[in-house]
Design a protein around this ligand. Structure first.
Ligand code: ATP
Ligand code: LTN
Length: 328
């Protein structure tokens, strides 16, 4: 029997952080044995926010190197740049003609990002979810492992697929999401009411995968907690619950076990231990990343080969879509 297909992606908007890892990439590595997987660096999506060209290029390569360092074997998985496969943009255009303005208007990410950047509310930011739907539907994807913030975009991709299929027959597989039970929403360390995000201007909110051990410890020590000095997992304790979640993810201890581990601890000791656990868990991945990013020839080879593979895999769907809608 043919393996089912996984597609997912990350933007090249900055350095990856532990939210990207614990919410998404870690599950990609876990699922990859059972599925045929495509993991994309969605560089076209990154253009919805103004980017310095040299930095974007560097970040895109860095994200791809992290994919490999975090356990995705490029021989088994197709790891590529979205912009190298023009079918993404082509399908996105076609699907935009099957997506309603009202649907896009409801997207909370659009509202959040527009509020953050009033000077550049561009059309790409608005149609961002259509390009994401195209990414997914292009490969007849069965499963999309993402963090919790992508739920609404995923639902839109399903709606568009179903709408298209209703008109033209079974052209697209309607994808399912995979959102992990723990780690799907890692919060900002200084403001645990909002999610950790690459493009946060406060660097103390974010633990980057490339942060040195010293910096990681320093950031955890500064993490916002609360005033009652009680370590338990609860909605009214967002800072503490976030740290427990991170600890649970990197150590493999359940939330209950994690709480028990700190039964005798004060906040200072707790934050230090969480920081140390993260440093230890990241160390082997960081070493691998440092090795990979220096190996230009190897990365270039992976990038070129994967682009060819992805183009080849996208071609049958594009052909069916063109025929279905009546393009000559
Ligand atoms: P940006 O700040 O530019 O929007 P981002 O940090 O939100 O970037 P993305 O590239 O948009 O990162 O997301 C890549 C993947 O990581 C997605 O699957 C997303 O759901 C997941 N993800 C992002 N932030 C978090 C988080 N704080 N916790 C868990 N998963 C996350
Ligand atoms: N919008 C996603 C990134 C993304 C994606 C995708 C994820 C673009 N295309 C397709 C899964 C499948 C984000 O994390 N901001």
């Amino acid at each position: 029997m043919q393996k089912k297909i996984i597609f997912s992606g990350m933007q090249a908007t900055g350095n990856l952080h532990i939210g990207n890892w614990l919410g998404a990439a870690r599950n990609w590595a876990r699922l990859c044995a059972e599925y045929t997987c495509l993991y994309c660096v969605v560089d076209l999506h990154s253009l919805t926010v103004r980017q310095d060209p040299a930095t974007l290029r560097e970040n895109a390569r860095s994200v791809l190197a992290w994919y490999i360092a975090l356990g995705l074997d490029p021989k088994e998985n197709t790891l590529y740049f979205q912009s190298h496969v023009s079918a993404h943009a082509e399908l996105s255009w076609i699907l935009s003609c099957y997506t309603y303005m009202g649907e896009l208007n409801r997207m909370t990410q659009f509202k959040d990002k527009s509020a953050k950047n009033e000077a550049n509310i561009n059309a790409g930011l608005f149609t961002y979810p259509v390009l994401m739907a195209a990414d997914i539907l292009l490969f007849q994807t069965d499963l999309v492992p993402v963090g919790d913030d992508q739920r609404q975009h995923l639902e839109l991709a399903r709606d568009v697929a179903q709408r298209f299929n209703q008109v033209y027959g079974e052209i697209f597989v309607v994808p399912e999401g995979y959102i992990p039970p723990v780690g799907a929403r890692i919060m900002a360390l200084q403001s645990p009411g909002k999610k950790m995000s690459k493009s946060d201007e406060n660097l103390y909110n974010c633990i980057f995968l490339s942060d040195s051990p010293d910096v990681i410890i320093k950031k955890f020590k500064r993490a916002v907690t609360d005033s009652d000095n009680e370590i338990r997992f609860s909605e009214d304790k967002p800072g503490i619950s976030n740290l427990l979640t991170v600890y649970s993810c990197v150590t493999g201890r359940s939330i209950d076990q994690s709480v028990a581990d700190f039964a005798q601890s004060g906040y200072g000791d707790f934050k230090l231990k969480v920081g140390e656990a993260v440093v230890e868990a990241l160390l082997p991945y960081r070493r691998e990343y440092d090795r990979l990013i220096a190996d230009t020839a190897y990365l270039d080879g992976v990038i070129a080969e994967a682009a060819g593979k992805a183009r080849h895999l996208a071609a049958p769907t594009m052909a069916r879509v063109r025929t279905a809608v009546g393009l000559p």
